[in-house]
Design a protein around this ligand. Structure first.
Ligand code: PHE
Length: 504
C-alpha cells in the first residue's frame, strides 16, 4: 500500500495495544502535531487507525503566582506582620502592620481582601487583629500553588481552591481536546503487508507549473476538518456595536443625531434645565469641573436673561421660580457633562441648527461623566442614549409608546415605568427592565415632559418629551452580564467580548 509519508510515519509509530497521543506521536516521528493530526484523520477515514478524543484541563501559574511562590501570599505576609505586632493579643494599628509587612501597591489591597475571607483575622476601624489559631503553614491556596509548581496533577486539587486561584488571577485554566491514536486490525494487516511512502506534493509551485512536473506528481489531500489554531482577530467592541445599532434604530424611527461638547458650561448642563444654582442636586450631581479653561467664552445674553428670569421669578402667571441667588459666573463654569441633556438644551435653544419648527426628533448616543462610586452597575463614565421629540399635544402615552417601540427592537418587551422627580420634567418617569439571568429589575433610564420653566426661556411653545437611557444597561438586558466592568475599562472580560454573538 502506498501512503503519503506522514501517514506512513504515524502508522508505523502507532500501536494496536496502547493509545498514543498526538503529542507522543509527534515526539516519536519528529513531525509537527498538526501534521500528525491531519495524517491520523486520513488514516482513520481509511479505517487503519482509531482516533479517540478526550477533554484535558491544563493549569498554568501566572507571573503573579510565581511571585507569591517566592515571597508568600500577601495575606500570609500580612498575618505574619500582624503576629509580630502582637495582633493576636490585642488589635494593632493597620498602617504600622502594613509598613512592617513590606507589602506595596496593589498587594496591600490584595492582602486586605483575602485576609478576613481566609480567617486570618479581622480588620476594623483602622485596626487589625490576628486569629491565633490560623495556620499559614496549611494555607490551602498556597499549598495548591506549590503543588502545581511541583508539576502535580490537577486531579488531586480541590475544585473550589482551584476556582479561587483562577478568580484571583493566579492560575490560568485552559481546556483542550486530547486525541489519541490506536491501530485497527486493518492497520495491523496493512503494516504486515507493507506500506510505502508515496511522494506527495502539498503545494502547487510556479516551478511545478513551468516544468510540467505537476502532471506526474501526487497531490496531498487537504483535510478541511482538522483542527486549526484559533486566531482571535480584531472585532468591534459590543458596546460600540450596540451604540451603532441604537443609532440605526433611532434614525429608522425618524430621529436626527445631535453633536456637542463633552466639557460644557454649567449653563447648558444645569441652568437651562431649571436646576437651581444652590440646589443640593448640583453638588450631588457630582460632576467633574474643569480647571483649564474654567469658564466658557460666551453664552447667549438674551437666553441667559430668560433662564435667570425663570430661576428668579418663574414662568407664566402662576410661576414662582426659586427666588434663590443666580449668577452668570456660576453658569459659565465648565464641567464634564453629567448627562447629554446639555445637547438637548443647545439644540432646543436654536443655537446649533437654528430655530426648529415642530415636529422634530433628535438623539445622541454619547459619553457622560459622573463622580459616582464604582460598583457593578456604576462607572465614572458611561454612554447615554439621549433623545427628545418636539410636537404639539404630546402626552405620556407618546413617551411610553416610543420606549416600547424602541426597546422592542432589542427584544425587550417588559419595560416598566415608575413615577420620578427631575427638576426639569413634569411628569417624570424612571424606566426599568428585567435582568435576563438574575430576574432583578434594573433601572435603564429616566424620562419626562420638559416643563414650562425649561421650554419657555428656550422659546419653545409646544410640547417636548425627552429621556436619557443608559446604553450599558441596555447591553446588560441584551447579553445578561451583571457587572458593567465586564465591558468597560481594564477589567473587561475578554472572553465575553470575543465570544458574545451579535444579536440582530
Ligand atoms: N438627564 C436625565 C438623566 O441623566 C435623563 C433625562 C433627560 C430625563 C431628559 C428627562 C428628560 O438621568
Amino acid at each position: 500500500m502506498k501512503l503519503p509519508e506522514s501517514q506512513v510515519a504515524v502508522l508505523q509509530a502507532a500501536s494496536a495495544n496502547e493509545a498514543q497521543t498526538i503529542d507522543q506521536l509527534a515526539a516519536e516521528t519528529d513531525l509537527k502535531p498538526e501534521t500528525i493530526t491531519g495524517a491520523a484523520f486520513e488514516l482513520e477515514s481509511a479505517g487503519l487507525v482509531e482516533v479517540a478524543e478526550s477533554a484535558d484541563e491544563t493549569v498554568t501559574l501566572t507571573d503573579e503566582a510565581r511571585e507569591y511562590l517566592a515571597d508568600g501570599l500577601p495575606e500570609v505576609r500580612l498575618y505574619e506582620a500582624a503576629l509580630d505586632a502582637g495582633a493576636d493579643d490585642e488589635p494593632a494599628e493597620m498602617g504600622r502592620v502594613i509598613g512592617q509587612s513590606g507589602l506595596e501597591g496593589p498587594q496591600v489591597d490584595i492582602a486586605l481582601s483575602n485576609y478576613a475571607r481566609k480567617g486570618y483575622g479581622a480588620i476594623e476601624g483602622g485596626e487589625i487583629t490576628a486569629d491565633p489559631d490560623a495556620d499559614p503553614a496549611s494555607d490551602a491556596e498556597a499549598d495548591a500553588l506549590a503543588a502545581l509548581d511541583a508539576g502535580e496533577s490537577t486531579d488531586a486539587l480541590d475544585e473550589a481552591v482551584l476556582e479561587q486561584l483562577e478568580r484571583r488571577g493566579l492560575v490560568e485554566v485552559a481546556e483542550s481536546t486530547v486525541r489519541s491514536v490506536t491501530l485497527t486490525d486493518e492497520g495491523v494487516t496493512a503494516l504486515m503487508e507493507g506500506v510505502e511512502a508515496a511522494e506527495t506534493v502539498g503545494q502547487l509551485t510556479p516551478e511545478l507549473l513551468t516544468s510540467g512536473e505537476w502532471r506526474d506528481v501526487e497531490f496531498a489531500e487537504y483535510n478541511v476538518e482538522a483542527d486549526a489554531e484559533r486566531i482571535d482577530g480584531g472585532k468591534t467592541h459590543i458596546l460600540r456595536q450596540t451604540a451603532n445599532r441604537v443609532k440605526d434604530v433611532l434614525v429608522g424611527m425618524g430621529f436626527e443625531e445631535m453633536e456637542g461638547p463633552h466639557a460644557d458650561a454649567e449653563f447648558w448642563i444645569n441652568d437651562a434645565l431649571f436646576m437651581p444654582q444652590d440646589h443640593p442636586a448640583r453638588t450631588h450631581w457630582d460632576q467633574f469641573a474643569l480647571e483649564n479653561p474654567r469658564k466658557i467664552d460666551e453664552l447667549p445674553d438674551d437666553l441667559v436673561e430668560r433662564v435667570k428670569g425663570a430661576h428668579r421669578e418663574g414662568v407664566g402667571e402662576d410661576g414662582e421660580g426659586y427666588h434663590s441667588p443666580w449668577t452668570e459666573e456660576v453658569a459659565a463654569g465648565i464641567d464634564l457633562r453629567g448627562h447629554t441633556t446639555s445637547l438637548s438644551m443647545r439644540y432646543l435653544s436654536g443655537r446649533e441648527v437654528g430655530e426648529l419648527e415642530p415636529p422634530q426628533r433628535f438623539f445622541s448616543v454619547e459619553k457622560v461623566y459622573r463622580n459616582d462610586t464604582l460598583d457593578p452597575t456604576h462607572l465614572l463614565e458611561f454612554f447615554q442614549i439621549e433623545g427628545w421629540v418636539m410636537a404639539e399635544d404630546l402626552s405620556v402615552r407618546d413617551l411610553m409608546g416610543t420606549f416600547e417601540e424602541f426597546y422592542a427592537q432589542f427584544g425587550i418587551t417588559d419595560i416598566e415605568f415608575k413615577p420620578h422627580y427631575n427638576p426639569y420634567t413634569e411628569p417624570s418617569f424612571e424606566l426599568f427592565g428585567t435582568h435576563p439571568t438574575t430576574g432583578e429589575m434594573v433601572e435603564i433610564g429616566n424620562s419626562g415632559m420638559f416643563r414650562e420653566e425649561v421650554l419657555d426661556p428656550l422659546g419653545v411653545d409646544c410640547d417636548v418629551m425627552a429621556w436619557g437611557l443608559a446604553l450599558e444597561r441596555l447591553l446588560m438586558l441584551m447579553y445578561g452580564f451583571e457587572d458593567i466592568r465586564d465591558v468597560h475599562g481594564t477589567l473587561a472580560d475578554l472572553d465575553l467580548l470575543r465570544e458574545t454573538e451579535v444579536l440582530h
